[in-house]
Design a protein around this ligand. Structure first.
Ligand code: NIG
Ligand code: FE
Length: 391
């Protein structure tokens, strides 16, 4: 989990052989002999060669935490925060998540899809080949289904759909507990029957969802066999990471700005990936999560944009990487790993993506500059080509 430059396993003058969207061979070009083709049962003259001379080829980025389907924006909140109001103050006065819910419920599927496609294109141009997208701006069954169905229409990169019903309590419910009953009784069975999601998320925070409802939610999710994740310790320390790490079925815990030493210790002993989202901390003028402590104690770390209209209105991966290096003191190798293999682990997809290995999906990026130019200049994306599924 601790990576250095050597662990990047850079091969100079390399070749990669792919077939049907999978990597079947990787190594030095000189070692790709006719014996290899024979062994793989591939006709040497049937292959299509792509020359990527002088270019760095690396695994496609895995963007493992976004809220990419929403309508409207929250520009006014930017000014409010600048005038000293906190994220919580703004939410209490009718802004925040529920204001995006209002706009998203009203928006047509066509408009939401159009916006989503633009955002997907932006991510892909930066080298993203797998994109996690959360719901959580519909909250009611109708809009959550609408959003999850839209996600099925995206084919030019891998979409991982996460249900985030417990993102906030919608106005039609008096309490979080009533809303949780609705989620468990009415929403989850329908979404699961249509196989619309593979992960489930919850916003664990004072004023949102607490320990008891989280446990109830995770218990109810067991029968659906989906991966679990949570927004946790973002604004306040829940103490839950330290006490029980919640559950073994959890793949990632995200934000962790306020996580304490006990929580770090628990994470370091677990298979849970810590997903750090420094763009949100930047916009909310918060501290940054203890990346160094997490990594040095042996926890697996991933990073992501957290792209959303409130706390992180930026899709820029270079910004995430620069903040990770500057503010969280991660090394470049750690950042590269966190944005590829680490993020794949966070999504439970480490056997399918995140590195260039035989058997994994043929998802690559080709750089028109050296890899050390990544995560150095904010806004610079030296990605010449993004290859998804071998094309
Ligand atoms: O990851 N903290 C909860 N969810 C988002 C923010 C969503 C919003 O403000 O609309 C986050 O920061
Ligand atoms: Fe988030």
């Amino acid at each position: 989990r601790n990576v250095n430059d050597k662990d990047l396993s850079i091969i100079k003058k390399a070749s990669i052989l792919t077939s049907k969207g999978k990597i079947v061979w990787v190594g030095k070009k000189t070692q790709l002999t006719s014996a290899v083709f024979k062994k793989l049962n591939i006709k040497q003259n049937s292959i299509k060669k792509i020359s990527l001379k002088n270019s760095v080829v690396m695994p496609g980025f895995v963007e493992c935490h976004t809220h990419s389907v929403f309508a409207g924006d929250r520009q006014n909140e930017f000014e409010m925060r600048n005038n000293g109001k906190s994220y919580q103050d703004i939410a209490n006065s009718g802004g925040g998540i529920v204001s995006t819910v209002k706009h998203t419920r009203k928006a047509s599927s066509e408009q939401l899809l159009l916006d989503l496609k633009k955002r997907v294109k932006n991510f892909k141009s930066q080298g993203v080949t797998a994109l996690e997208v959360k719901t959580g701006y519909g909250l009611d069954l109708k809009t959550e289904i609408k959003v999850l169905k839209l996600l099925k229409k995206i084919k030019n990169l891998k979409i991982i759909s996460t249900y985030l019903g417990p993102h906030a309590v919608p106005k039609e419910f008096k309490t979080a507990s009533e809303y949780m009953n609705y989620i468990i009784d009415k929403v989850l069975p329908k979404l699961a029957a249509e196989k619309l999601f593979t992960r489930a998320d919850i916003f664990i925070e004072k004023g949102y969802f607490g320990e008891d409802l989280t446990k109830k939610y995770f218990d109810a999710l067991k029968q659906y066999n989906v991966h679990l994740t949570a927004h946790i310790d973002q604004l306040t320390c829940s103490g839950l990471v330290g006490n029980l790490c919640l559950d073994n079925s959890i793949k990632s815990l995200d934000h962790l700005v306020q996580v304490g030493d006990k929580g770090i210790k628990n994470l370091s002993k677990s298979e849970i990936t810590s997903v750090l989202l420094p763009t949100a901390d930047f916009y909310l003028k918060m501290n940054y999560p203890p990346a160094r402590k997490l990594i040095d104690s042996g926890a697996r770390v991933a990073i992501a944009t957290d792209f959303n209209p409130g706390s992180a209105p930026s899709q820029d991966l270079s910004f995430v990487g620069v903040l990770s290096r500057l503010e969280m003191k991660m090394t470049l190798s750690e950042v590269l790993t966190a944005y590829t293999l680490g993020a794949a682990y966070a999504l439970g997809l480490e056997k399918e993506m995140g590195s260039i290995e035989v058997g994994k999906q043929a998802n690559f990026i080709c750089l028109e500059d050296n890899y050390d130019q990544l995560f150095y200049n904010v806004g610079y994306h030296p990605v010449k080509k993004t290859i998804y599924n071998g094309v």
